[in-house]
Design a protein around this ligand. Sequence first.
Ligand code: GLU
Length: 587
Amino acid sequence: MAKRTPLQLTPALLFTLICAAPALAKSPVATGTGGAVATISEKASESALKILNQGGNAIDAAVAAAATLGVTDPFSCGIGGGGFMVIYLAKENRVITIDHRESAPAAATYRSFTGPDGKALDFETVVASGLSVGVPGTVRGWHEALERYGSMSFKQVLAPAIDVASKGFTVTPTFSRLVQMNEPKFAAFPDTAKLYLRDGKALPAGSVLRNPDLAKAYRDIAARGYRAFYSGPMAKAIVDTVTHPRTAAGRTVPAGTMTLADLSNYEARIRQPIHTTYRGYDIYGMPAPSSGGTTVLEALNILEGYDLKSMPRDRAEHLYIEAARMAFADRNAYLGDPEYVDAPVEGLLDKKFAATRRALIPLDRDPGVAEAGNPYAFVTDPSYPMVPRSAAAAQRPESMHTTHLAVSDKDGNIVAYTFTIESWGGSGMVVPGYGFLLNNELTDFDFMAPAPNVIEGGKRPRSSMAPTIAFKNGKPAFTVGSPGGATIITTVLQTIFNYVDLGMPMDQALNAPRISSRNGSTIDIEPGFPGSAQARALEGYGHKWDPQPDEIGAANAIVFNQDGTVTAVSEGKRHGIGTALVQHKAH
Ligand code: GLU
């Protein structure tokens, strides 16, 4: 047996240890001063911090983190998708939002997702095909954010992500598991298989993955701005992929109808945020086409009528579950792209409407699936057009595809940003030569008319993304958001409920078991929850759990403390633990 030599602290070893220090320091909670960031990816949080340290503001840092997430978390997000950004501009003391949701190609109609028999097409067949791909909005959204509210160029903010894509990053167990889950979908597309599979199998955790094609795409955008994406060779490659999907031998998938004109006509929208008050907080959220803000805010309005603090915890949680149920019934019935559908948002957010919904909730039992309410009675304009209500949508299984990041800077600007390519791995199609996956966002539309959220040319599918910023006494208090499809809404709502009503510190509010009631006959819960005292207490109200518990969401938050410090908070357990960083750590 070789004799073990004692460890010599040579200059080379010292250097290695110092370089490794940030990795050892990975932590889901950080408190300090200056800027702060929380994301689910260590590299992405580091990119944001780098930009903040170079003098960039929160908007610059958010784009830098997002671009890096596109490299390290490519199955959740990227330039092949879209998203929603809520921004607080400290100097002007106002909140604005950037909607850069994907849109349906102009040629889409309400019949695009029905077959010749008039029935809805098979969901999974549509997902992994050109039919599901919406015109990507991410690059246009980043452009608007930087151009209007940032202080740096694309070239500066994309540099950290280009570095990660070129030099590579270590594949995490979560990354490897996601590829494994997607092996059949990815194997159908040779350009995707080449990037993410080795001999048809997922890259193992610990291997280093480089994505030089994505580095090239980012470099093109750095050089030519958003036009590099929406016209020219990259646009042509996107359209070719959608309209002539390159599939493995013996496989065919339906083609989509996206054109170069669809890409060059794409625009992001600057929208006013929606707002409500909740127990002394001013809460700002994302308006339609996301249902996230409206649904979270309606549920808060319902909850506000209860004195939750004086109740036993199980009763308060029962009411949280029921408030979410009511708000989901209304979401499903009324919300869609506001450029196509006159959704009665004013009524949905009226406190008196919330009172009518609250009146239907028994304090001691679950009344079962709820019907939508009538928000039109609370709309000021009596001639307001009614939208066709959709039938109660079936509750779909939801996971935590998508990503959310939170950034603030030393001047008090805040960005809450959720963006996505929809399912894990989106449509499954990587654009050849450019290394990014195209979304399957159009499957967020209802497949069958009439419904406010049915697919139409140019329309944006209804989302659940809910980036949220809260203020108290006119000052930022906290920001939170999460991935998770429709469970995004309950994760954001429950985190606010845990923090404000149950008085948990934000890390506990995030780490607590998630309970997602979306007006179905069962409630989604996480592994380990069934059988717990908390679960048993809620069963006493008649609540029933989904038989297959699964991890819900991957939230990120920042708390603005009263002493002037900030606390960035990411997941302590879920999605392989997130990374929170601050510019100047408190000791
Ligand atoms: N497409 C979903 C939405 O916009 C997000 C995807 C997910 O988080 O699963 O609501």
